[in-house]
Structure formats: C-alpha cells, structure tokens
Write a protein that binds this ligand. Structure first.
Ligand SMILES: [Zn+2]
Length: 353
C-alpha cells in the first residue's frame, strides 16, 4: 500500500501516523505578543476523511476544550484512517478574557467568511475558514449555553440533509434539533462550501460538567466510527435513538422577581405543567410558569434573580411523546450513567470544576 502523504499546514508537516500541535498566526495582541490559533492535528496512517472538531467560537463557551482534551488522549494517529484537526479555542481573544465576543464586541459566529483586512473577528474567521474548514468534509462545532444557563447535550443540524441526519443519529445525543441556519454563521458558510456541520450545544458557559464531557467524547468517537475512521470503543457502541425535534420554544419569566425552579434540562414535561414559580422578593404574589407544549426541556436558567421576559426554559417539541421517557432512559444508560447521575451531573450555579 502506498504511503499516505504528509499533512501540511502553514509550512509545517505532520507525517502519517503522527500528531502535532501547530500555531496558525492570526494577528497580534495590543501588547505586541503574537496572537495565534493553536490546533492539534492527528494525521492517520491510513487514508480517510479529514474532519475538524472546534470549540469556543464564542470565547466563554469552553466546554468543548474539555471534550477535545479527552479526544486527544483517546485518538491514536497510528490507528486512525483520515485526519482530525482539533481547534479548542477558536475565539482566542474571548477565550482569554472569558467573553463570548471579541475585544471589538463582534460575534465571531456572525463574521464569516471574514477577511485578512477586516475586523479582528473577520481575521479570525478568515484563518479558520481557509486553514481548517476548507480542508475538511465535516466539522463538529461545540457550543454551550450562555452564562447562568445550562443546555442538555443536543446536536443541531440543517433541515433536509439526510447525510447530516445520519451522522447526528450516529452521534446519539439525547436530542437532535433540525433548524435553519443564521446568516454569517460558521454553519452557513461551511454549508456553502460543501462542508457538513454538526453543532453540539451542551452545558454552561465558563463551566465544565461531566454529562457534557461524556456525551461529547462519546458522540465524536461514534461519528468517526460511522465515517470509518476508527473502531467505536465498546463502551460507546450501544445503539440509542435520540429524540428529534423541528420546533422549540422559549418560556419567559411572567414577572420580575425570584424564581424557584421545579423542573430542569432533561425533564420530560406536558403542556400546562408547572415548571417554576416566580415571586416577589419576600415570596409574595407567586406566579406559576407553565409549559406551553409537550416536550423535553433542553435548556434552563440557573440564576434565580429574574427580570420579566427573561428566558427561563427552552423546550423542544417532540413527535411520539409517548415513547420519549423510554428513549431518555436508553440514552442515559448508554452514557454509563443512571438517570439520577444525569441529574447530579447538571451543575448547580456555583459548581466549578
Ligand atoms: Zn455559542
């Protein structure tokens, strides 16, 4: 069998069967230090697809960095077919300052395709697009909820793409959401260039939690197995059927005040079920917050101090609601966690690992 070509990027080479950490120059910090995008390339010995796994496009959504650390430990380039590029801190500026945005207040996920002479966000987008996305056939981009919010592990894909749906089913998160793409987003520009994207939403900004890390590690390895890049580890091989949704709805605070949350992410809820109560500062004038639909809670707010209209719960409507409870049970079993552990894995507001 012919030896596979080296992987070359920014003048550096990675031999087949080896891994390397590479710095891609983007710009410089105000202090004059170079600002580079650090990536880890695992270049398999055998031919196969090239994919990327990225995180912290929103700089405070750091959960993907923990997932990528696990994947880097588990993936042996000597046993790999194809190539994986890991980019755990895409928004290098926001990652350092614990901010969703860049120093110029721009949202990197609205700044694609970008340009070398554009805004700082545009410069980062340009390097990411040209040096990473354009070399790949698939990307898995990992996000979390905003600060004080938690998202149940979920995969979001473009609607009407059977191949992506297959890969999302292989990932096997608790929930798959098929939703349209936002202009200027990484997913939209990748799609225009023929690169499929799975967007993982999981956990809370600036926090790590066990369920998110486990679900991300498991999902990426299962997708790579589906693409023939590696053998699926036995501990992750159990078949599960994620709940699927094309419609989700936010439930907002009916008044300003203090909330007492009764339900949380992962819970299955029925229409008109009470999710929380919001009262005044002394517990007076309680108002109930009810679910507008049958579904599964895919995100919730952890911060109990609320203004009227604040988003409190994100609920995905699911078809075949009658079998969902059973499915959620299967999913948590396959993550090697009981339902109780799942709930324990959802962090309290001040839990920092
Ligand atoms: Zn995000």
């Amino acid at each position: 069998m012919a030896k596979r070509d080296d992987f070359t990027i920014n003048g550096e080479t990675v031999a087949p069967g080896s891994s390397a950490t590479i710095a891609l120059p983007v710009s410089s910090f105000a202090s004059g230090m170079p600002a580079s995008l650090h990536i880890r390339v695992a270049h398999g010995r055998a031919e196969g697809p090239t994919i990327f796994v990225s995180a912290a496009v929103h700089g405070d959504e750091i959960i993907g960095a923990a997932i990528i650390q696990r994947l880097v430990q588990r993936i042996d380039a000597g046993e790999l077919a194809g190539t994986v590029i890991f980019a755990p801190a895409i928004n290098i500026f926001g990652f350092l300052t614990h901010s969703r945005y860049l120093p110029d207040r721009r949202d990197l996920n609205r700044s694609f395709p970008g340009s070398p002479k554009g805004s700082l966000a545009g410069q980062v987008a340009h390097v990411f697009l040209n040096d990473i996305i354009d070399r790949c056939s698939l990307g898995i981009d990992i996000h979390s909820a905003a600060i004080h919010r938690y998202n149940l592990p979920q995969i979001r894909i473009a609607p009407d793409d059977p191949h992506l749906l297959e890969l999302a089913l292989a990932f096997a998160p608790p929930v798959i959401i098929q939703a349209s793409l936002r202009p200027g987003s990484l997913r939209e520009v990748a799609r225009e260039r023929g690169v499929g994207m799975l967007l993982m939403e999981t956990g809370e900004a600036l926090r790590f939690d066990r369920l998110s890390i486990r679900a991300g590690e498991r999902g990426v390895l299962r997708v790579m197995a589906e693409l023939g890049m590696l053998e699926c580890p036995a501990e992750f091989s159990e078949e599960t059927v994620p709940a699927r949704s094309k419609h989700s709805q936010w439930v907002r605070a009916p008044r300003s005040g203090i909330s007492r949350r009764l339900r949380k992410s992962g819970d299955i809820v029925e229409k008109d079920e009470t999710l929380a109560v919001v009262s005044g500062l002394f517990g007076e004038e309680e108002e109930e917050v009810k679910s507008p639909i049958d579904g599964i809670i895919i995100g919730h707010v952890n911060l109990p101090v609320l203004n009227q209209g604040d988003a409190m719960f994100h609920i995905a409507e699911v078809q075949r609601f009658d079998t969902l409870e059973e499915r959620v049970g299967l999913i948590t079993d396959s993550l090697n966690m009981s339902q109780r552990e799942l709930f324990e894995a959802i962090p309290d507001e001040d839990e920092v690992i």
